[in-house]
Design a protein around this ligand. Structure first.
Ligand code: PMT
Length: 397
């Protein structure tokens, strides 16, 4: 898929620059032609020799070669590229990109680029969470830059949290996804997608949750985004990386998910409710770990708010798609949810079907709307997501 594609790989000053070597290698192996542009500071983190050898071309840092005055034309470079990928993108470079500062070749190339731009941020968790960084990222998103979300884990500072650059393999997948965009049929639309499992704390160490991996919801977010929609993925617990170009809002409990959805629904064109949301939550969360005793333990649970039903009441002209995870009387239960929650259509999956439901890469679903039911064969969750996107498109709202 990347054969013959021209990719500029921009590298900024971040410890994650060591991963750029593997990234460059993977892009070249996949058939891409890669030219590397580095900021002056990036050279402290990974050598130009390494990157020149892996990309099979001299790397570019300065506006001109001081030895012979040869000009490194950022304009020509920007015209040459099919994609400008900046990985790692430091907080400093993101801030400059967001405000149009052009004090190095990597940034002038950004301002000259006519191709899509993707960035893979990398920084310490507090820098990443800082309101200024988040504001810059939001600005870049609005400017059409695809953000390849960082992962959560061990950071160079010794702390652990969100800010780790996505792994090279994930970045390559995101790049392939960008090139695979065919039709921008949902351009201008904004959808919320819920995915993953919610977590209801019992005490500081225990919680109530379920088996959702997030795969189905993430595939839907990706499919809608690839059709040009702006997608906000409201994600419960999962181990998945955020699809390229999708904005992710991490939540824990059903209450958090409720607030995140309700807050954003009005300004959206609709929502796909794929998350497996807890129906009950402990009445009280113990402040300390509950000690075991020889007696049985009963937990008092209360109902959570039904997010989908709430959005259904406020739906107006928006599209609302639900899921039904059933273990018996599947169609009847799904029909009931379709009506009660005011969905345009509902995606039924049953634990009685082989290859359907939680965790796996496949699903078997029936798409049910007020007038018809279409059962699809066993297919990958990505293909199911495409069929759901087709149906959303056909609603033409
Ligand atoms: O994440 P994966 O491992 O890929 O698995 C995918 C999946 C099985 C989780 C997915 O295909 C699925 O079926 N999701 C919905 C699971 C579920 O909670 O279904 P439900 O029948 O309990 O809920 C019906 C609908 O109401 C759903 O759209 C649900 O998101 C929504 N709901 C439920 C409860 C609640 N408090 N608020 C809600 O919005």
């Amino acid at each position: 898929m990347l054969k013959g594609k021209h990719i500029i790989l921009g590298i900024t000053g971040s410890i994650a620059a060591y991963k750029s070597a593997v990234l460059c290698r993977l892009l070249v192996s996949a058939g891409a032609e890669v030219r590397v542009v580095m900021t002056p500071l990036a050279k402290q983190f990974i050598t130009p020799l390494t990157m020149a050898t892996l990309s099979q071309h001299p790397i570019l840092v300065d506006f001109f070669n001081p030895e012979n005055g040869e000009w490194n034309s950022h304009v020509k470079l920007g015209e040459w590229a099919d994609l400008y990928l900046i990985a790692p993108a430091s907080a400093n470079t993101m801030a400059k990109m967001a405000t149009g500062v052009a004090d190095n070749l990597l940034l002038t190339t950004y301002l000259s680029a006519r191709c899509p731009v993707a960035i893979a941020p990398a920084m310490d968790l507090d820098m990443y969470a800082h309101i200024a960084t988040q504001r810059n990222m939001e600005q870049l998103r609005e400017d059409g830059v695809h953000i390849i979300e960082p992962g959560t884990g061990f950071l160079a500072s010794g702390l652990s949290g969100k800010g780790r650059m996505a792994e090279p393999e994930q970045i390559v997948e995101a790049v392939k996804a960008l090139f695979s965009v065919k039709k921008k049929s949902l351009e201008g639309k904004h959808y919320l997608v819920t995915a993953g499992a919610t977590i209801e704390p019992i005490d500081p160490v225990r919680f109530i949750s379920n088996h959702s991996s997030g795969k189905m919801g993430y595939a839907i977010a990706e499919a809608l985004s690839q059709r040009g929609a702006r997608v906000t993925l409201i994600s419960g617990r999962t181990a998945l990386a955020c699809p390229a170009g999708v904005e992710r809002v991490d939540v824990l409990s059903a209450r958090d998910m409720y607030e995140a959805c309700v807050e954003r629904f009005e300004e959206s064109d609709g929502a796909v409710m794929c998350a497996a949301v807890a129906d009950y939550t402990p009445v009280e969360v113990a402040e300390q770990k509950i000690k075991k005793s020889d007696d049985n333990l009963s937990l008092a649970l209360r109902r959570t708010d039904d997010i989908a039903a709430t959005l259904g009441q406020r739906k107006g002209h928006r599209v609302l798609v639900g899921f039904a995870m059933e273990t018996e009387a599947e169609e009847a239960n799904a029909q009931h949810k379709l009506e009660r929650k005011n969905f345009d259509f509902i995606v039924l999956n049953s634990l009685r079907e082989q290859g359907a439901g939680f965790r796996g890469d496949t699903n078997v679903v029936t798409l049910i709307d007020p007038t018809s039911a279409e059962k699809l064969p066993l297919m990958s969750k990505s293909d199911v997501a495409e069929r759901i996107a087709d149906k959303i498109e056909s609603l033409n709202r």
